[in-house]
Ligand binder design. Structure first.
Ligand SMILES: O=C(O)CCC(=O)C(=O)O
Length: 282
C-alpha cells in the first residue's frame, strides 16, 4: 500500500506525502468524525487560537469523549494499515484527534500556524509515533503545512504559546527545553518542504517535526484533521511542571483524557492505557 521509498522518507525526513491513499468512502468516514468534533466542542476547543489576526482559526483536540466517534476511521479506513506500514511494525494505538478550521477574511489570509513541534505538548516520546494530517479541500503548496526536513532528529524545543506577537514565546519557559528559534524570520537557514494536496491525500509526519504555516487564503475555508498514533516503542515522557504529586493527583474518570493517565506509569515506562484503542492488527 505504501512503497519502500515513502517508508524510508518518513524515517529519514520525518515527513512524507501519501497521495490518493484514502478512497471516497474512507474520506467520508474521516469527515463524519471531523464533523462530530466540530459539533461537540471539548475543553480544548478554542474559537480564536490567534486573536487579533485576520479571518478565523478554530481548533479542538483530545476530546476524551471522541474515541467512539473516531472508531470507524480507525477500523474501516486505510489509516491503521498506513501507520503500521510506515513503522513496519504491527501494533498501532490511536492516541487523539485534532481539528483545524481556518477561514481567510475577504482580503487577507488567515494567520499561519506558528512553527512548533507537537511532542513538547505531549507526555510521550519514541520512534513509533505518527501524525496523519488529512485535508478536506485541495490545497496548494503555499496553503499546506510546512516542515523543517529531518527536524525530528534534532533538538526538542519548548512549545509555542501561539502568541500573535511572538510565536517563539515559550509554553513552559523553564529553560528545561530551549526556546524555539524564529524560523519564519530566517527561512533561508532551514530546509522547508510542503506539499500540494487533494482530498484523499494525507501527509504523515513524526510529531517531533518542526512544522507550521498552512494559512487559509482570502475567502477560503480550510478544514483539516490530524490523527495521532503511537506504537510499541512509545514511552512516557514528563514535561516541565509534571511532578509526582501532580501526576498522581489526576484520577481515573471518563472526563480525563487517557494521555493524562498514561503518565502515571512513570517517566520512561511504556506509554499505554486501556482506553487507547489498539487499531492494528485489526
Ligand atoms: O493544519 C494546520 O494548520 C496545523 C496542523 C498542525 O499543526 C498539526 O497537525 O500538528
Amino acid at each position: 500500500m505504501i512503497d519502500t521509498n515513502s517508508i524510508e522518507r518518513f524515517h529519514r525526513d520525518g515527513v512524507v506525502p501519501l497521495y490518493g491513499v484514502l478512497n471516497p468512502a474512507d474520506l467520508e468516514i474521516a469527515r463524519t468524525a471531523f464533523d462530530w468534533s466540530i459539533s461537540h466542542p471539548g475543553r480544548g476547543a478554542s474559537k480564536h487560537l490567534i486573536a487579533g489576526s485576520p479571518g478565523s482559526f478554530y481548533g479542538d483536540l483530545a476530546n476524551p469523549n471522541a474515541f467512539g466517534a473516531y472508531a470507524r476511521a480507525n477500523t474501516e479506513t486505510a489509516l491503521p494499515d498506513l501507520v503500521s506500514a510506515l513503522w513496519s511494525k504491527p501494533d498501532v494505538w490511536f492516541m487523539y484527534e485534532q481539528v483545524f478550521v481556518k477561514t481567510g477574511d475577504s482580503e487577507e489570509a488567515a494567520r499561519r500556524t506558528p512553527w512548533h513541534q507537537d511532542v513538547p505538548y505531549l507526555p510521550i516520546e519514541g520512534d513509533d509515533l505518527a501524525v496523519i494530517w488529512i485535508p478536506f479541500e485541495p490545497l496548494s503548496e503555499a496553503e499546506s503545512l510546512e516542515f523543517v526536513v529531518a527536524s525530528h532528529h534534532g533538538t526538542l524545543f519548548d512549545g509555542s504559546r501561539f502568541d500573535p506577537d511572538d510565536a517563539t514565546l515559550p509554553l513552559y519557559g523553564t529553560r528545561e527545553l530551549p526556546r524555539l528559534p524564529d524560523i519564519e524570520a530566517r527561512r533561508e537557514d532551514y530546509e522547508i518542504v510542503s506539499f500540494a494536496v487533494q482530498p484523499g491525500d494525507v501527509v504523515a509526519f513524526h510529531p517531533a517535526m518542526l512544522h507550521g504555516g498552512a494559512p487559509a487564503a482570502p475567502n477560503k475555508r480550510r478544514n483539516t484533521l490530524s490523527l495521532r498514533y503511537f506504537g510499541d516503542d512509545a514511552r512516557v515522557a514528563w514535561r516541565p511542571g509534571d511532578t509526582p504529586e501532580r501526576v498522581d493527583a489526576v484520577t481515573e474518570s471518563e472526563s480525563v483524557h487517557p494521555m493524562a493517565l498514561a503518565k502515571k506509569a512513570g517517566k520512561g515506562a511504556p506509554f499505554r492505557h486501556p482506553r487507547f484503542p489498539q487499531v492494528h492488527p485489526r
